[in-house]
Design a protein around this ligand. Structure first.
Ligand code: F6P
Length: 322
């Protein structure tokens, strides 16, 4: 009987459990033996496998995070670590591996596939910065968490006529910040992809005040040149000239927790089962993503060597609609 394993890696994302469930149940349906790997690539190196039956993935769809655990393994980034992982897989008799994760994780998948181990990746990260999938597992939920924060901030900001800075996650990519700004009707957005100075922000906030707005919300991606810390320091330093305070709220890991949305559960179910179909056909060394509302497999080599661009017209749209 063929044996396959699944792991989750990198930052956890709401919907990962639905993807684990889809991989395990679709694999069992094919008559395979299914295993989970605990704690991502670190667990792969130490051979931390656990056999999974249909009941082991029951009642997990509605849970955020990952029941398998995740990790960012430095050892796995080395060739020695990757070889150790393949030795663990071989000694457990595993025929192929499913990797649920984002950019760093799929780089790991690519490394294993270059060493000739069959791997299929499943697109999952709240950042939505993975090439090969228009949207990734976890984005929709994280976006809705950020949006709820904006709605709540607006209430208190309006009551006090205050300006707020909300920092959302996004190390190298402003997708979450941009969409939060668009959906939340923020006055300004600061993302790594578009250069903006604190003086530009001061001008936008000044105009919001002139328009008679009772509040002003600026959404900033953590990876922007001027993140919450730097921007608020700038505003403090130039307080007398600029004339107002910028209060700060940092959402951080709150965005990654919570109940996965219907969209993320469905996306995860489709990508997970699509990954099993790809593995069954011998189509490995690929990422299964969602492109133009369809499952799409993209070679991992292309995925890890390409950059997903944000739609810059949405930056203009957010500005026009503020
Ligand atoms: O990649 C997802 C992400 O949530 C990023 O937005 C963030 O920069 C990073 O993970 C945080 O990683 P960690 O949880 O390891 O601090």
């Amino acid at each position: 009987m063929k044996k396959y394993a699944v792991l989750t890696s990198g930052g956890d994302a709401p919907g990962m459990n639905a993807a684990i469930r889809a991989v395990v149940r679709s694999g069992l349906e094919k008559g395979w033996e299914m295993f989970g790997v605990r704690n991502g690539f670190a667990g792969l190196i130490s051979g931390n496998f656990v056999q999974m039956g249909p009941r082991d993935v029951g009642g997990i769809m509605q849970k955020g995070g990952t029941i398998l655990g995740s990790a960012r393994s430095l050892e796995f980034k080395t060739l020695d670590g990757q070889r150790k992982a393949i030795r663990s897989l071989n000694s457990a008799g595993i025929d192929g591996l499913f990797v649920i994760g984002g950019n760093g994780s799929q780089t790991g998948s690519y490394m294993l596939s270059k060493l000739k181990f069959p791997v299929v990746g499943i697109a999952s990260t709240i950042d939505n910065d993975l090439f090969g999938s228009d949207t990734t597992i976890g984005v929709d939920t994280a976006l809705n968490v950020a949006l709820e924060a904006v709605d709540r901030l607006k209430v208190t900001a309006s009551s006090h006529q205050r300006a707020f800075l909300l920092e959302v996650m996004g190390r190298d990519c402003g997708y979450l910040a941009l969409m939060t700004a668009l959906a939340g009707g923020a006055e300004a957005v600061i993302i790594p992809e578009v250069k903006v100075s604190p003086e530009d922000i001061a001008e936008i906030l000044g105009k919001a005040y002139e328009k008679g707005k009772a509040h002003a919300i600026v959404i900033v991606a953590e990876g922007a040149e001027y993140n919450a810390e730097k921007l608020s320091a700038y505003f403090k330093e130039h307080h007398d000239r600029l004339g107002f305070d910028l209060r700060v709220a940092i959402l951080g890991h709150i965005q990654r927790g919570g109940t996965p949305s219907a969209y993320d559960r469905i996306l995860a179910s489709r990508l997970g089962s699509g990954a099993v179909e790809a593995m069954a056909k011998g189509e490995t060394g690929v990422l299964i993503g969602w492109v133009h509302s369809k499952l799409k497999s993209t070679p991992l080599e292309i995925v890890v060597n390409s950059k997903k661009e944000i739609d810059r017209s949405l930056v203009d749209l957010a500005r026009i609609l503020d």
